[in-house]
Design a protein around this ligand. Structure first.
Ligand code: DOR
Ligand code: ZN
Length: 399
């Protein structure tokens, strides 16, 4: 298979033809070759989202692996890593294997699966990254494995309370609580990846301890004083507008490593309960890459930095050969036109929950999506379903 067009290659857009092997990997990149299919617009590596909640097993009424990965594909995300807070929680290798086989039959993009850190017993069969919810349990240093990727939800049980309204929720789970949790992690002398960082002071702490961190689109684009009610309830909470602006600066200047969505859908009925009873979480896997592409068009972020934080670095953190248009990498590609700016409407998205806090936003969605060389979306239509595949996350160096 050969595709030609304007590719993002080593920091620039270049006219080229790429050849893809039977195994779905890029074999050759040349100025021109015979028999290349022309793709319109700009071709970028597919987006990589290392933090999604696709709710299967247990909460399929909110989302399932089919709808979650379909939404991802339409939003230009070709590889996702799904969280283990399912029902039952994925806290054993057996449950992880079972989930892998069930969701694998429904995946529209490639995927890996987190395993709860507390359940890790040194079993080397699992090619999984790990998740630690600090507000749920303390894990002693001797039980924190080396040489595996560990994402941490950094909030502690003893400094969180509840609130009956959105602005108050920021004070109920304050930034100081996140800092306290990160400082505690600093005592472990290990490498951690901090999920959904919500303040620039926390970013500084990550730098001090040598941790990597991710920021969510909602902590960048939404804030606590918006009229969102429980639809803006999320953990950690939305902060002040100035904080969101400073997080954006930290992302641009390289202090924050990557963007990950923390796509956490709940139904409209659940969110319409009173604020205190409504579950925390915001759906966003389909909208954040398109919003970023619109911001690239408006010169709010350079294309190079956008590709780094949405594609290259997330893949590098996990050690998977994705996120780059390079020989030997999976041919996961998205094609878009910077003139295709579109108002985001929840009814056009593919989530099961049917709502989005980004209705007022504009985005540039890909018109075509290619997964390991095969087109899955063409001219805005899904043309190949359930072709996503499990991707093992390799073990890192002991550190
Ligand atoms: O807001 C959140 N929602 N934060 C989490 O850590 C979990 C997530 C969920 O699963 O709904
Ligand atoms: Zn999460």
């Amino acid at each position: 298979m050969r595709y030609e067009g304007r590719f993002y290659y080593r920091g620039e857009l270049v006219e080229a033809c790429i050849e893809i092997g039977e195994d779905g990997k890029i074999e050759r990149i040349k100025k021109s070759m015979d028999g290349c299919e022309k793709i319109d617009g700009v071709l970028l590596p597919g987006g990589i989202d290392i933090h999604v909640h696709f709710r299967e097993p247990g909460y399929e009424y909110k989302e399932d692996f089919y709808t979650g990965t379909l939404s991802a594909a339409f939003g230009g995300i070709t590889f996702v890593v799904d969280m283990p807070n399912n029902n039952p929680p994925i806290d054993s290798v057996e449950l992880w294997e079972e989930k892998k086989s069930t969701v694998g039959k429904k995946a529209n993009v490639d995927f890996a699966l987190f395993l709860m850190l507390k359940s890790y017993n040194g079993d080397v069969r699992v090619n999984a990254p790990f998740k630690w919810y600090m507000y749920e349990e303390n894990i002693e240093k001797k039980n924190v494995p080396k040489g595996v990727f560990i994402t941490v939800h950094a909030e502690l049980k003893d400094c969180i309370s509840s609130s009956s309204y959105l602005r108050g929720y920021d004070f109920a789970r304050p930034e100081a609580c996140e800092r306290k949790a990160i400082k505690k992690l600093g005592e472990y002398g290990r490498k951690f990846h901090i999920a959904h960082i919500s303040s620039v002071d926390s970013v500084d702490l990550c730098k001090i301890f040598g941790f990597t961190c991710e920021v969510t689109p909602h902590h960048l684009f939404l804030h606590r004083d918006m009229e969102l009610g429980a639809f803006g309830k999320v953990n950690p909470p939305l902060r002040a507008r100035w904080q969101a602006e400073k997080l954006w600066d930290s992302l641009i200047n390289g202090r924050i490593d990557i963007v990950a969505s923390d796509h956490a859908p709940h139904t409209i009925e659940e969110k319409e309960q009173d604020f205190e009873s409504a579950p925390p979480g915001i759906p966003e896997v389909e909208t954040y890459l398109p919003i970023f592409m619109r911001l690239v068009k408006e010169n709010r972020i350079g294309l190079r930095r956008a590709v780094e934080v949405l594609m290259e670095k997330p893949a590098q953190l996990l050690g998977v050969k994705k996120g780059k248009i390079e020989m030997g990498y999976d041919a996961d590609l998205i094609a878009l036109k910077f003139s295709d700016v579109k108002r985001i409407r929840a009814r056009d998205l593919h989530y099961k929950c049917g709502w989005s806090p980004y209705e007022e936003f504009y985005g540039i969605f890909p018109h075509s999506v290619i997964l390991r060389g095969e087109k899955v979306i063409e001219k805005g239509e899904i043309i190949a379903e359930r072709t996503g595949k499990f991707i093992p996350v390799p073990r890192g160096e002991e550190s």
